[in-house]
Design a protein around this ligand. Structure first.
Ligand code: BDP
Length: 684
């Protein structure tokens, strides 16, 4: 198995009795087939059921008097439990011995079709099925950081899947399989290019290519969006300025929007990274983010599109990068056009393996906020470490901002229910590329999958999603499913333990962001170093963000401050995010900070041995090629976990000046050895 088919494998159900049970209720697919989306839905059902049941399941225009089949039906009045369904919500129910998949739009029926297939793929009964589901968030987006030259920023799975030089004439069949995978998990929007954008995407030549891609995604319910380069009116339009208040600039963007909508009538809108990490933006002209975002929103005019404006900014100035996005954006709350959403990363720094939730969540009640999470594992082991991100995404979704009292979770801020917003969105930075199996690490597929499932319904549990993905992708053998789901469930905490335990952050290698480099003290900016964040000294470790330090904690509501504000009661996972803790301080585990730190590095690295053991235990239930692929990556992971462990304990030991606690054996290599290894690794 080369992994290309993802979780849409549709292999024949081996157990004949089980298969027969499904055959009885899935003898045909009846669909009016009068829209491309409905045709895609019935094609997927006939393909999927045909494979799973090992016999042809014909498509017919209507059920007539036949029973024992599946009926697709768009019904403007469709409801579930007395409530009208949302535009994309579906319901599956029995009627006259047929299973009806219904919804108010053809897209809803498409999602229902995939839900029905999932029932069979995970071996749930179909007879008497009564299932309904509404998406909780409207715009469920993948953000590709793909460049026009085929590279992918922070991509570890080959190059971009978009072949610009072949477009618009040749449409790689892979685009359709990509669209099917997205649709199966409810993703309905795709930003196709990097936030560090090239103006070229807005040229007439590229708009034609993008329109061709949009044509492939449309039958699968996905709209395309573009990341835009702020200075495009200059670079492409030949104007002297990109000032958002300049009439010619406004006109240029309005004309560009018209051009885009002419080619792509359902174009989704713009994603913007401005005045961030060297990108141009409205501040270059003395304007603010709202001036820029609103001008673009107005340029969209009567077209049905939105602007997603990123809040990933950290202008040097204030003493703590943690506070900088908040300082720039929070005062703009209430100043944005209704078509603007502000896109905020899950944490205040940058996609670390664990961050407290971003303080902007709950602090901008008048602005719809998009939650941005990173599926590509820039800071989580690229494509060699097995890290299932379901728990990370869920952790931020569940975090309580207390914005409108208890229960004002990030999930409810984002889905619009806390502040009653008309628009809601969530974005995952894509982890896919041209590798045959899409994600490099086979388990990377689970991260794409889990993102989509949680974007649709943030109430789902990451453990249930892990089991579902495992059954659909790897094996249905119950013991193996349990073993693998358990590995997935633990994998992110294991990664945190051997890299950045107790709330350490940003101590990774410079520029490539791989491996440990806690000694990094000089970089392009102080807040790109490691020492800026861990602040190790002879007394202790960690960034004091309480009132005696940067006071970033004050950006949160009092209830949150209370949770994290006292070093004696702060959960250990966040301890060094907020406190400079003495090496000798006793923690709630009964160990001193130094002993706890060392213990976590050692047990974390040893947990990779546990992952290896689990994987071996599941082997009989797995495809041999896939087994071997992950087993090899786990070897790399073990080697690198030891690398992280040794680098960090040896380096921090120079401050703590204490022995490695029993029962752990001190590293056999020196800090100098490790530094040399890291230096070689960082060579360009
Ligand atoms: C950082 C990445 C950088 C991205 C940036 C962003 O290192 O490559 O361009 O985020 O999100 O994590 O804009």
């Amino acid at each position: 198995d080369d992994g290309y088919r993802l979780w849409l494998k549709y292999d024949r159900i081996a157990n004949a009795a089980e298969r027969q049970g499904y055959v009885r209720v899935a003898q045909f697919v009846a669909s009016p087939g009068n829209t491309p989306v409905l045709r895609a839905a019935s094609a997927e059902l006939t393909r999927g059921l045909g494979g799973l049941l090992g016999q042809a399941v014909p498509a017919v225009p209507s059920a007539g008097s036949r029973t024992g089949g599946i009926v697709l039906r768009v019904d403007a009045q469709a409801s579930a439990a007395g409530q009208p369904l949302k535009a994309e919500g579906y319901r599956i129910f029995s009627e006259k011995n047929n299973l009806v998949i219904t919804g108010r739009t053809d897209r809803a029926v498409l999602y229902g079709a995939f839900a029905l297939l999932r029932q069979v793929q995970t071996r749930q009964p179909l007879a008497g099925l009564n299932l309904s589901s509404n998406p909780r968030i409207d715009f469920r987006m993948l953000n590709h950081w793909d460049n026009q030259n085929g590279t992918v920023e922070r991509g570890y799975a080959g190059s971009s899947i978009w072949k610009w030089y072949e477009l618009p004439e040749r449409l790689d069949p892979r685009y359709t399989d990509y669209a099917r995978a997205n649709a199966s998990i409810g993703i309905n929007g795709v930003v196709i290019n990097n936030v560090n954008a090239s103006a070229r995407y807005l040229s007439a030549e590229y708009i034609g290519k993008v329109a061709a891609l949009a044509g492939v995604l449309r039958p699968y319910g996905q709209r395309v969006y573009l990341s835009v380069f702020w200075a495009a009116p200059k670079v492409l339009g030949g104007l002297a300025t990109a000032d958002p208040l300049d009439p010619q600039v406004k006109q240029w963007w309005a004309a560009k929007s018209d051009e885009l909508y002419k080619a792509i009538p359902d174009f989704g809108g713009f994603l913007v990274k401005a005045n961030s990490e060297g990108e141009p933006g409205p501040q270059d002209y003395g304007r603010n983010h709202a001036d820029g975002a609103n001008m673009l929103a107005q340029a969209l005019g009567r077209h049905d599109g939105v602007v997603m404006w990123r809040a990933f900014v950290y202008k040097a100035g204030s003493d703590d990068r943690f506070k900088q996005a908040y300082e720039e954006f929070q005062p703009l709350d209430g100043k944005f056009d209704p078509k603007v959403l502000v896109q905020v990363k899950n944490g205040p720094i940058d996609f670390m393996a664990r961050e407290p939730f971003h303080p902007l969540f709950g602090a901008m009640p008048k602005t719809p906020l998009v939650l941005e999470v990173q599926l590509t594992q820039e800071y989580l082991g690229f494509a060699t470490h097995l890290v299932y991100l379901g728990p990370l995404i869920k952790e931020v979704l569940e975090s309580d901002t207390y914005a409108k009292g208890p229960g004002s979770t990030v999930a409810r801020v984002v889905d619009g229910s806390v502040d009653h917003h008309a628009l809601s969105a969530i974005a995952g930075v894509s982890n896919i590329g041209s590798d045959r199996n899409w994600t490099g690490h086979p388990v990377g597929q689970a991260n794409w999958y889990a993102f989509g499932r949680l974007a649709w319904d943030h109430e789902l549990s990451p453990a249930a999603i892990a089991r579902e993905w495992t059954r659909m992708t790897l094996t249905t053998e119950p013991a193996a499913v349990r073993t693998i789901a358990d590995m997935l469930g633990q994998s992110r905490s294991i990664y945190v333990r051997y890299t950045m335990p107790l709330g350490l952050h940003h101590i990774m290698g410079e520029s490539i962001h791989y491996g440990p480099q806690p000694w990094l003290a000089k970089a392009g900016r102080p807040d790109w170093t490691a020492v800026y964040y861990h602040k190790a000294d002879s007394i202790g470790l960690g960034f004091d963000r309480t009132a005696t330090g940067s006071n970033a904690l004050a950006l949160y509501k009092p209830e949150v401050q209370k949770q994290w504000g006292d070093a004696r009661t702060c959960p250990l996972n966040y301890l060094l995010w907020f406190h400079h803790v003495p090496w000798t301080q006793k923690l709630s585990t009964g160990r001193t900070l130094w002993n706890e730190l060392a213990t976590r590095y050692y047990t974390g690295a040893d947990s990779v041995l546990w992952l290896q053991k689990q994987w071996l235990a599941a082997r009989p239930a797995l495809d041999p090629a896939l087994y071997a692929d992950v087993a090899a990556r786990l070897q790399t992971q073990r080697k690198e976990a030891l690398w992280w462990r040794d680098a960090c304990v040896l380096y921090f030991q120079t401050f703590a000046r204490q022995p490695i606690p029993a029962p752990f054996a001190p590293p056999t290599r020196s800090l100098a050895d490790i530094k040399q290894l890291v230096q070689l690794y960082q060579l360009k």
